[in-house]
Design a binder for this molecule. Sequence first.
Ligand code: ADP
Ligand code: MG
Length: 590
Amino acid sequence: MDSNNKRTGSLISIQDSLVKARFLGEVIMGETAEISVDGKLLQAEVLQIIPDHTNANAGIVEMQVFEDLTGAQIGDLVEFKGTPLSVLLGPGLLTSIWDGLQNPLYKLGEQNAYLVPGMKAPALDEEKLWDFTPSVKVGDILSGGDAIGSVPEGKLLHKILVPFSFGKCKVESIINKNSVNITQEVAVVSDEHKNKHVLKLVFQQPVKSPIPFKERAIPSQTISTGVRVIDLLAPVGYGGTVGNPGPFGAGKTVLQHSLCKYALADIIIMAACGERAGEAVEVFKDFAELDDPTTGESLMNRMCIFGNTSSMPVAAREASVFIALTVGEYYRYQGYNVILLADSTSRWAQALRERSGRQGDIPGPEAFPMDIPDQIKGMYQRAGADVATGGSLTFIGTVSPAGGNFQEPVTQATMDATGGFWGLSQDRADAKKYPAIDPLAYTTSVYDSFISWNDRNKMLQILQEANGIDQTISTIGLKKVPVEKYVLYQKGQTIDFCVMQQDAFHELDACTRPERLTVINQAVQKLIDNPIEFSQNGMEDEELKEMVKAKFDELRQWWKDWNSSAYDEEQIALLPQQIEQFILQEEYAL
Ligand code: ADP
Ligand code: MG
């Protein structure tokens, strides 16, 4: 301990993001520390404490440093902070864009065009005034998580909570309705030991201890994501979890951006984790200009973004996912439906792998830490619905397995941990069948959703049959396929091409809401249920097949146009009519 009552230490070894420091006094497992390097303070976290057998009051700590250590030297000063890695919670979270450690990127950008290690800015705007309305009075007894008042935050009412770490406490004073910023006092409470605590609009919450549920429930209400293949075949419920693995370039990021824009939720949190920096910059620029399709306001009003790109220190990736989860839990606790999109959890797992490798742990499969399945499970388990608050936290994480091999440990552990699974297929992406979610390789934990279970199964069955016939055609040739099977194949192809595939960049096609899905499903079910007798008219089978293909091509072209042009009710109703006419082929032919 130094003269200012600070607990300090000094660096004795530096190995990439892993450092060791000798300390005197006490150090707490998991607490954060700041390392002074050239006058900058770098954030670190204590991973291990090794006692010094010759001195009971001293020891060595192993720490991971979340920022770039270039320039660090043996002997650099370490100051232990006494608190675990935490996130600042309060009004102003929405519309914010941070790095993986909750440093606001716009603010940092004002200081310097390039991020340099140790740059710090307050996580939330300290000047902005919020219109606080109290909801408790002096003498009221509260406990952690109870609201003392609220402020409007965009369209939401942001409840001001007693920090979750607090036990029973009594309100000693509280301000009247007033405009305050996050540095000002709004209330004073006393705990059971008569210690007084000042409450502000914000508080720090440790990111590795989950904010509790009031009453956890199984996700039941389906999210309209706007993506047809998801909402029809592999829906996700509010509070659900989905793993979304796919090889490089298969469309994971595009899908996440679609969900970000169109999935119906109060709040969307994006954790861009270890992906390309250019991509992240695009998001920041685009999303600031885009409108929320449901409210017409800027998309950022319902969003916050943690941008921890591949060019930023690896260790911060681990932090960024926990920070994002904690923000999600905080809004869930206030009764909001939150969707957390993490791209990519593989990069997060790689951060854990690098760390455990440096720490000399015994590696598990593919050098990931032995407990990687538990760590992944622990992450997804923080998602869920809360019936008592009416809020939910949905977690959709991409996985980027090397070479698209779904057998690797992170994909496997994700499959075990999540309720839903959207596998992106290389073949479909290569064939530009977007979104490349394989309609034959998915799981979901939601049953009846926007269409019935039975309708869904019929859709799936015809896609499967068409796929089988497709394989027959490519192995033994079209000749061996009877006409009626060929018609079935064309039906499946049509459903795949016109319904499962969707252009994420077309303003109408990009998002399909449940009302439109119902009409599409009517058309699909008609197509499945009704035999279509193409009249032979003396044609050879091969000639007939050509004609069948031409007819279906025409239908598909019509349907694709409908996808991108049918705006009003009247135009939308044309689809089932068109299918009815198509089914009546023979009458026209005769
Ligand atoms: P990943 O994140 O899996 O590496 P991306 O999401 O960056 O892949 O997608 C790669 C490219 O595929 C995109 O730049 C885009 O051209 C195309 N793409 C992916 N999904 C769609 C879609 N739904 N509609 C149109 N194009 C898509
Ligand atoms: Mg990507």
